[in-house]
Design a protein around this ligand. Structure first.
Ligand SMILES: Nc1nc2c(c(=O)[nH]1)N=C([C@H](O)[C@H](O)COP(=O)(O)OP(=O)(O)OP(=O)(O)O)CN2
Ligand SMILES: [Zn+2]
Length: 136
């Protein structure tokens, strides 16, 4: 019997969607207003879900306090009130699209969890635009 434990989190960050190796014209054509050279921001919301067997001794799949602290350390402290293109090493050469951000977050968290646990991360870039990654 597997149960899923989830934790919501939030960070606010600026970004610019563009490729350094493309012309301004091509970046404008593909990324439009998201290619604003002065950047723009989003209030990102995050749901991290961990699935596994319930430990018969503790009754936990995973201690949510441990998950909360991990998300704070790896995501909120690293991304909140940052310019993703400028301040965050993972995006120096990686376009900070929602797809790429969710994969970076997944990989930062995954290495801290037991291999017995499955994880899925959903990232909302706006209340209506969201992406999900589970490591596949
Ligand atoms: N596949 C993707 N498409 C787009 C991404 C992305 O990460 N993956 N990102 C963007 C821009 O970041 C853009 O800033 C998205 O915000 P916005 O244009 O404001 O989105 P909406 O107009 O849909 O705003 P709502 O509030 O959700 O209506 C563009 N595309
Ligand atoms: Zn954006």
């Amino acid at each position: 019997m597997k149960v899923t434990v989830s934790r919501k989190a939030h960070f606010n960050a600026a970004h610019r969607l563009y490729r350094k190796d493309w012309s301004d014209e091509k970046n404008d054509a593909v990324f439009g207003k998201c290619n604003n050279p002065n950047f723009h921001g989003h209030n990102y919301d995050l749901i991290v879900s961990v699935t596994g067997e319930i430990d018969p001794e503790t009754g936990y799949v995973m201690d949510v306090k441990v998950l909360k602290d991990l998300i704070k350390l790896e995501v909120e402290d690293a991304f909140d009130h940052k310019n993703l293109n400028v301040d965050v090493p993972e995006f120096q050469d990686l376009n900070p699209t929602a797809e790429n951000i969710v994969v970076v977050i997944f990989n930062k968290l995954r290495s801290h969890l037991s291999e017995k646990l499955e994880m899925e991360v959903t990232l909302y870039e706006t209340p209506r635009n969201f992406v999900t990654y589970s490591g596949q």
